[in-house]
Design a protein around this ligand. Sequence first.
Ligand SMILES: Cc1cc2nc3c(=O)[nH]c(=O)nc-3n(C[C@H](O)[C@H](O)[C@H](O)COP(=O)(O)OP(=O)(O)OC[C@H]3O[C@@H](n4cnc5c(N)ncnc54)[C@H](O)[C@@H]3O)c2cc1C
Length: 409
Amino acid sequence: MTYDVIIVGGGPAGLFTACNIDKKLKVLVLEKNKTLGIKFLMSGGGQCNITHGGNIKNFLKHYGNNGQKIRQILYKFNNQQLIKFFKDRGINFVEREDKKIFPASFKAADILDVLLKVCKNNGVDIKYESNVENVTFINDKSIFKVIGNKKMYESRHFVLAAGGCSYPTTGSDGSGFNLGKQLGIKITKIKPSLVPIYVKDYPYSELAGLSYKDINVQIFRENKKIREEEGDILFTHDCLSGPLILNLSRYLKKKDIIRLNYLNEKIETIKLSNFLKNKGKIQINTALKEFTNLSKKHTDLILKNIDINHEKKCSQINNIETKKILSKIILDEFEIVRNAGFNKAMATCGGIDLNDIDLKTLSAKNNNRLWFVGEIIDIDGDTGGYNLQFAFSSAKKCAENINNICISV
Ligand SMILES: Cc1cc2nc3c(=O)[nH]c(=O)nc-3n(C[C@H](O)[C@H](O)[C@H](O)COP(=O)(O)OP(=O)(O)OC[C@H]3O[C@@H](n4cnc5c(N)ncnc54)[C@H](O)[C@@H]3O)c2cc1C
């Protein structure tokens, strides 16, 4: 039989596309794993940060340099409409203080259940352990011939929802890009995004787990500042992480300099030296605790790394030492060595070239029966629910356009 639509990939983007395609159409989802949505079930640590609160207009700046290009996709099916879709099917949501939205049960599995129920009600066919390796056209590009697990399927429309390369063990291993290439689509350079960063001579192993809010972070390349943002950071046992570092990771290159400013304001040496003079007999680490928001453990480590005994009295600190202390608080600099790779990246930077997609419909410019949704597209969002919102918004847009073409014919 010839299906109306074959979707490769049973993640949130593929399943939501299937959910929104008209029941009258015969839809097949081909998923390489034994189960669906493996990466989705890991989202938000299994709790599923499905989207973000606030106005959808504020989303655009959270997709790197490509946010403006997907404006219509996000506006057409925004965060409120996404929440409504699941609320109408019995899921309640909570919005945290940081505006991240989760199902009230904090279970990604509850959202996946809804997707599966809707697919079932709509009569969507799902074939598991069907790794699609080949796709070609027949009949002058009007029929797709798809080979999955040695079986051949045919369809009038073909949707690539195979994810990117992040967490490849979940099935999202980049094989979707090969399928795109087989159909004449360009793939932009791929690299990990939302990924922790390794720096040269990392000094903070013993601070593992320590995080700070609203830290000013600057990035320099060849002595030129290329980026400056404020946000939350985390020291792990061997690298830098936390929301701000993850969000910045898409811009970073080896040998870039990352500068952390724990004070978030311009403090001159003179101000610090006056402050220390006034503290007289008080121990330097105690005084610094008052002057900065740094933890005591961190302050002690900074002092140790610049060879100042943390028990030294403030009155004993000389000008050179004051400068050293200040430089570590305002200019804690690190050279970037590498990122933690796709195994630890929550998103993929790069993918199906936006120049090859008609972003009004999400079909290929060279073939209006070939479609792309979710992470496979060259769009990657910040942490906070932006990637799942894009997966759902793009799926909705694609399904509506397939319906428009197929039902009106
Ligand atoms: C640990 C982790 C936590 C995350 N947390 C969040 C979060 O809280 N909020 C948020 O917004 N985003 C989060 N993300 C990102 C989010 O999970 C992804 O953006 C989202 O899953 C992308 O959906 P997708 O359907 O496009 O791709 P995927 O979820 O990757 O699904 C693609 C599917 O296609 C299948 N597939 C691939 N190739 C083939 C093939 N050749 N043949 C057949 N099947 C194939 C795969 O097996 C997979 O099931 C997180 C990511 C990770 C890794």
